[in-house]
Design a protein around this ligand. Structure first.
Ligand code: PCA
Length: 327
């Protein structure tokens, strides 16, 4: 019986099966839709990987939460149900306050500073991911966060009772500090939240305001430059370990390129999105002094709250970032 296996035909079949089994096909999920520059960057990353590995690794990106909901993306990669994922980093804040250090006002208010903050906190974030069998691939900032309202925001008293959509817990705390009433809503649910009257205002970027056609439900964007929060793209260590050395190398190299490209896309998108908001009739302005003071006070409270929860390692990472800035 055994000799039969070595007939030429069977041998050929076995070889082609081995070749097929060798090529890896990964599944990846992101909560953000195709209108988001993050998703465009991630899809480009997947294309780059396929090209650089000659198809040895193909990554199918399921966007807009179509495969896995935002909250389930990290657990799914951890369990191995999917190989890779993208999330808004600060939604992981329940695991550790370091994940929301990029949603604190007064820490990093420019792309340069936001990138330096990423570099300073990356070792700790990588270590925390490693405990869960996960490996960060790249992270990219959103444009700075501001406030969308249905009338000009001229007086901090307008925050009183205002129902404000926020993308994470920290932003909800910030809204509370301002006297508003926050609700956490996924980006893709923003239009429904407004059309059903669940929210009056939202905190997000020019990019999301543009992608979600903010002009359909608000009139004003106060470009408050609150903070530049990031998305993080990561993979399962187990999936990575199954790849051969050359494929691993090509994947990491494509990730480095995606990070670089993504930060540039974010800057460019901020310009085009701000222009699109204006073109569609949204009034874009900077906060007046009274509003800026209120935002500063709410931010100081938010920061004190973070400091009370963060451990020494997180505070040291923030310190390292600050030292780097002063050099
Ligand atoms: N857009 C995403 C996250 C931050 C941003 O600018 C959102 O609002 O959900």
């Amino acid at each position: 019986m055994r000799t039969r296996i070595f007939t030429p035909l069977l041998l050929a079949t076995a070889c082609s099966l081995a070749a097929t089994a060798h090529a890896a096909q990964w599944t990846m999920a992101t909560p953000y839709g195709d209108a988001s520059f993050h998703t465009q960057n991630t899809k480009q990353f997947a294309e780059d990987v396929a090209e650089a590995t000659n198809g040895e690794l193909t990554i199918t990106v399921h966007s807009g939460g179509s495969l896995v909901s935002h909250g389930e993306i990290k657990p799914s990669v951890r369990r191995g149900t999917i190989d890779a994922g993208e999330v808004f980093l600060s939604v992981l804040s329940n695991d550790d306050p370091i994940f929301e250090v990029d949603t604190l006002p007064g820490v990093a208010g420019s792309y340069e500073d936001a990138y330096a903050l990423w570099e300073a906190t990356k070792p700790m974030i990588t270590e925390l991911f490693a405990y869960e069998g996960l490996v960060p691939l790249y992270a990219v900032a959103w444009p700075a966060q501001g406030i969308y309202t249905a009338k000009p925001l001229t007086d901090p008293a307008q925050f009183e009772g205002l129902r404000v959509r926020a993308p994470n817990i920290n932003t909800q705390r910030f809204v509370n500090n301002l006297g508003g009433s926050p609700t956490e809503t996924e980006e893709s649910d923003i239009p429904t939240a407004f059309s059903t009257g669940r929210v009056d205002a939202m905190i997000t970027s020019s990019a999301t305001g543009n992608a979600m056609a903010a002009w359909d439900y608000v009139s004003d964007y106060t470009d408050a430059n609150l903070w530049l929060p990031k998305n993080i793209v990561f993979m399962s260590q187990r999936s990575f370990d199954r790849l051969d050395d050359a494929t691993q190398e090509a994947l990491l190299e494509a990730a480095a390129r995606a990070e670089k490209r993504g930060w540039q896309m974010s800057r460019d998108n901020n310009d085009t999105s701000t222009a699109a908001l204006i073109d569609n009739g949204v009034t874009v302005s900077e906060p007046n002094e009274a509003v800026a003071d209120a935002l500063r006070a709410a931010g100081a409270e938010l920061f004190a709250d973070w400091e009370a929860r963060a451990d020494d390692e997180a505070k040291q990472a923030l310190e390292a970032y600050r030292e780097q800035l002063s050099n």
